[in-house]
Design a protein around this ligand. Sequence first.
Ligand code: P6P
Length: 362
Amino acid sequence: MSTSSDVPTPRKNPAMETELGEFKTLEQFIIEQQDQFPHSTGAFSRLLRDISLAAKIVNRDMRKAGLIDIYGSTGETNVQGEVQQKMDALAHREFVLALRRGGECCLIGSEEHAEAIPMSTTSEGDGKYIVLLDPLDGSSNIDVCVSVGTIFSIYRLPDGYDKEEPELEAALQPGTQQVAAGYVVYGSSTMLLYTTGDGVNGFTLDPSIGEFLLSHPNLQTPERGRLFSINSGYYHSFEEGLRNYLDWLQEYDSETNRPAKTRYIGSFVSDFHRNLMKGGIYMYPATQGNPKGKLRLMYEANPMAFIAEQAGGRASDGRTRIMEKEPEKLHERTPLFIGSEEMVQRAEAFLAGEPERALPDT
Ligand code: P6P
């Protein structure tokens, strides 16, 4: 006769609806975090709520992209001179609408708009935050069902600026001044990760209840990994130190767990997220086509650098810490080396012509 110990615990049916009691919603988590700041007014919590709402709407439309007319391009080119995808325009619109309705944001800088967008709102919000945004990075992948993402960076409106008529200069702050940063990855599941400078927390969207649920508390990225992400098609335009680093990564040496593995899907948020979870480095250096790099400092490199550092990783332009770069323009680009600390440090050593530089803790 079987005893209770013999009876296997029924494996949860993965399709079974989430037992909400097991998880904390993003809203619950934000309120708990807010309670740690006695003088907080709730404005930041409402701002995050506005961002998560827009992400849910983008996710909803994304998941049926083949069925509604959002494939392909709008026929326009964005400020970067890149062909704007229909989904770029839709995502941009949803985030602007959500932030305008919420009233906590006074200025938006978006990849999809040449100028910063003042949010002079009549709503009751405090309007004391600035949001810099890549509404949909990697959107050319949507037509082929490859995952993409949204990246956001949040600053306070500095003293001395009028929230009703905030100048662009109010947004041009170094990454070290970010109040918060995060991204949404629309992948095999949809996740929102963010940091306010006290670690990184990840939330998975349960579409059956329309809630982001805390699934990855206090995320840390491995100090070293085996994955490297770079468009090797540009190899011959890379500077010598970088070519030497890539050659080193691909040598056979079991002691240092080489060769490393290349993983590059042409979607920064997706490459970054996989490397964050498994350990790895993403590199978009200066190339012949993009002599200052391709990724934008204010709404791609800085927010992801904040996340990477808070998860124990590192982010530089190959020589300078990304978050210490003084911005001059809203859409300026930067070379980017980001991910596991030891891997970025080693890339920096090769770029400095010091491949034998002793790396801390290696
Ligand atoms: P390339 C997408 O346009 C993007 O900004 C990143 O998401 C991606 O990593 C990179 O560009 C791909 O650029 O030159 O390799 O096609």
